[in-house]
Design a binder for this molecule. Sequence first.
Ligand code: HEC
Ligand code: HEC
Ligand code: HEC
Ligand code: HEC
Ligand code: HEC
Length: 361
Amino acid sequence: MNIFVVTDAFAKPMAITVPPEGVESLNASSCGKCHTETYREWAGSMHASAWTDPYYQVDLIFDGNQQICINCHSPLQNQQENLVLGFRDKERFKPILKKNPDFDPELQKEGVTCVVCHLRSGVIIGPYSDTEAPHPTRFDPSMVDGIGVCRKCHVVSGNRWDTFFRIPPCGTVSEIREGQTTSIDCTGCHMPAVRRPLVEGWQDRQVRRHLWLGGHDKETVKNALQAELEIIKNKNTREATLTLTNTGADHFLPTGTPDRHLTALFSLTGPAGKIIKEKSYLLKRTIMWRPFIVDLWDTRLVKNTPEKFIFRWKSGLSDDSMLSVTVRYHLLDEKQRKKIGYQNTSPISYPVFEQSIPPSN
Ligand code: HEC
Ligand code: HEC
Ligand code: HEC
Ligand code: HEC
Ligand code: HEC
């Protein structure tokens, strides 16, 4: 049962069906023949695996193969097995489908492929106004304003309470509302600038690496998180304070799908590593999904706002005691993984801060 309305932007696939003049096909590999570096970067990104991502594939089936999922994770018409002719319901959750004769399974695998962002009315949009490319080009301001092409899929749009994408299923960067986004430079962080030619043999330009690193990249998360551990001695007790600060992301840390979360675990061990005391904190956006989608609470890290996590114990521990503090980033929760039956082959969480110290007796 859905009580939300699908917005226009995601009701139907993008009606891009023919490549621009001078390019063989809509496939990323045909752009890659000339734009080799950019192609290589994109191919390693989560955009390239927005469809094939095994977690997404399992979740898609678990969620009933909804058309809206497909319209974001493989947005082009020819990436889809069916054409959307119309809808059976006012909310547009039940599309009327017909087999798509031009369905291209190879293109489908490319997820958020080059032309999703770059092709508009047969013309390649880009950040320059002085190129002489073998395909039609046009300068487009949305390519250089830092958030332009990202907002379509990553920013909450629609102000009506019942607009489905007010809180999209994957969360996206939902703490950022449409209208307060002008100063947030998504490409500045997620597409780092570098000087190189667009195509081998052509002039050097300032280009942006097509990397889009996020939660799947340990270093990206680690570098954005400042962690400090301090121990205070009271008369009969000891107190450890872990201070976590989001110093590197202009949105919350973590952001994105509500699956993503951080845990901070304090663990005090005695002789032979026996656990004396433990305490765990959770930094997460918690949502109630049904019957309404409501944000219940949010303990994620706001930019440049230190949060303190405290752990206390009684003094007088033996010399071989140890206090360990571990902060982990989780792509999803173990319970959720089991529930949907996702058999991960790579870890679903990793440590971003680890420190062990004698607990100053
Ligand atoms: C998610 C959207 C997105 C996808 C997918 C994407 N690009 Fe881009 N691309 C951009 C943005 C944004 C810029 C502008 C960056 C800037 O210079 O500010 C850009 C710039 C470029 C440029 C100009 C040079 C530069 O890097 O600034 C080329 C060439 C290019 N892209 C080729 C490709 C190719 C080839 C693919 C697929 C292999 C691709 N892009 C996939 C968003 C995308
Ligand atoms: C046959 C080679 C070739 C192919 C294929 C090709 N490009 Fe290009 N592209 C170029 C050249 C050359 C330039 C201009 C380089 C320059 O002036 O520095 C260019 C420029 C661009 C620009 C910058 C446009 C601007 O003015 O801002 C973008 C973006 C771009 N290409 C994307 C793509 C995409 C996406 C594809 C696939 C659909 C593609 N290209 C296929 C050769 C190619
Ligand atoms: C057509 C929709 C679409 C557009 C446009 C788009 N993205 Fe994405 N993006 C996605 C999807 C879908 C995923 C998730 C892929 C997955 O994990 O399955 C994603 C994933 C990401 C990730 C996550 C990487 C990770 O480790 O999980 C980052 C970062 C990102 N996008 C940044 C951007 C930026 C910056 C822009 C603008 C230049 C942009 N995206 C434009 C759909 C889009
Ligand atoms: C100051 C740098 C910075 C800016 C600006 C920024 N991000 Fe991020 N972004 C990060 C860092 C660091 C992470 C990894 C930690 C996290 O998930 O918060 C990240 C993670 C992400 C993720 C991945 C979440 C996941 O599930 O893996 C997405 C999607 C994303 N950002 C989108 C955006 C969009 C869209 C914008 C523009 C509105 C933006 N970011 C602006 C630094 C930045
Ligand atoms: C508005 C566009 C949009 C729609 C619609 C959408 N997604 Fe997503 N999805 C995204 C973006 C953007 C991300 C990346 C955010 C992030 O990395 O945290 C994402 C990430 C995910 C992820 C996390 C994958 C990973 O890498 O860990 C799963 C699973 C997922 N989506 C499933 C679905 C399902 C199932 C549906 C349909 C019920 C759906 N999505 C509909 C945009 C969308």
